[in-house]
Design a protein around this ligand. Structure first.
Ligand SMILES: [Zn+2]
Length: 358
């Protein structure tokens, strides 16, 4: 929670449409059994799922609902619509607090065990779902990065999606719907999340981390709409990392990059792969670098790496727009490969070899 006044759905920025949809479900007392939240990493899908579970179970804002699921009781009292109460969870009642702290027995989170969600995780879940919820009005199963389910896990989940237990809602999150089995997709109501806007990222950085707007703007420009990425950049020493990428990665002079030997390119990708958690950030930083080299040619005042303007000027002079755009494309492909969990080392090897092409 950001503060007492900014809580629940209010702390989720840039997601007007998805929130409208979700609040509509709450107000109409008609929550689909399975929801699929799609969108890039770090834009608040999981946070929204948590707020939604809180809202559906909040003791203050929705006191009388006793049942959701297959048979919502006719004339059920105390809906948001009846009581004209906002569907925002209170964050003060015992239910909200338990959910926020991750201690609610009926709000079940599943995330990849290593690189994948495995069959044993879904089997454990099915065991739990065979019992009635302990205390929740509505039990929630939130499956993060559901595109990482291996086929046997996905098939086991499909069975329960086909015959969902009473008072149980599934929320799956994934970067892209196309990465899920069509049979799973067809069972889910899709809710699309947007990249977070730059002004919202700057605002969030200021509220949550006390980062001043000027620095926030640079970070936001590199984040490509992912607040999660911006947070990890602001925590890690990204300034130093950026320098390392540009100098050790040979980006300082893209022209020379193509003269590098295969072995030195692969040695660099090996280094990159060592820090799995920062790979996404590294690729984003490299992209902003090449983007800046293009931008310099037309509007030097608009580059992101303002503090490296001299280096940008030299490197830009040494490369053509066509060659730079090709490198940006290669980096975008690498981002997709990493996001869809393709073998990391292989993706990075391919990335460096392609960047090294003339
Ligand atoms: Zn509450």
């Amino acid at each position: 929670m950001i503060s007492d006044s900014v809580h629940g759905f209010d702390q989720i920025f840039s997601q007007t449409q998805p929130l409208r949809t979700l609040k509509g479900f709450l107000q109409k007392d008609a929550i689909p059994h399975a929801l699929l939240f799609t969108g890039i990493a770090g834009i608040g899908k999981r946070m929204t799922a948590t707020a939604f579970a809180m809202a559906a179970n909040c003791l203050e804002t929705k006191p009388d609902i006793t049942s959701y699921g297959k048979n919502p009781p006719p004339g059920d009292k105390g809906t948001f619509a009846d009581s004209a109460v906002s569907p925002n969870p209170c964050e003060r009642c015992s239910s909200c607090k338990k959910i926020r702290s991750g201690n609610h027995p009926d709000i079940i989170f599943i995330e990849p065990d290593g690189a994948m969600i495995k069959i044993h995780q879904i089997r454990d879940l099915l065991g739990t779902l065979a019992l009635k919820p302990y205390e929740a009005r509505v039990r929630f199963v939130i499956i993060a990065e559901s595109h990482t389910m291996n086929p046997s896990a996905a098939n086991a989940l499909l069975k329960v999606l086909e015959e969902p237990p009473d008072r149980t809602i599934f929320i799956l999150t994934a970067t892209e719907a196309s990465t899920l089995l069509p049979t799973i997709l067809s069972r889910c109501r899709r809710v699309r999340f947007n990249p977070v806007s730059r002004p919202d990222i700057v605002r969030l950085l200021q509220i949550t981390r006390g980062i001043d707007p000027e620095q926030g703007k640079t970070l936001a420009a590199m984040a490509e709409g992912s607040f999660g990425r911006v947070l990890s950049m602001s925590r890690s020493n990204w300034g130093r990392r950026r320098k390392w990428l540009i100098i050790a990665g040979g980006l300082e002079n893209p022209h020379l990059l193509s003269g590098r030997s295969r072995s030195s390119l692969l040695a660099f990708s090996e280094e990159l792969a060592k820090s799995k958690s920062t790979v996404g950030d590294s690729i984003a930083v490299m992209k902003t670098w090449f983007r800046d080299l293009v931008v310099w040619k037309y509007a030097p005042g608009k580059i992101i790496n303002q503090d490296l303007a001299d280096q940008v000027r030299c490197a830009s002079a040494n490369s053509t727009v066509e060659a730079l755009l090709k490198k940006i494309e290669v980096l975008e492909q690498a981002q997709r490969d990493v996001a869809t969990n393709m073998n990391l080392r292989l993706s990075l090897d391919l990335l460096m070899l392609r960047l090294g092409e003339p």
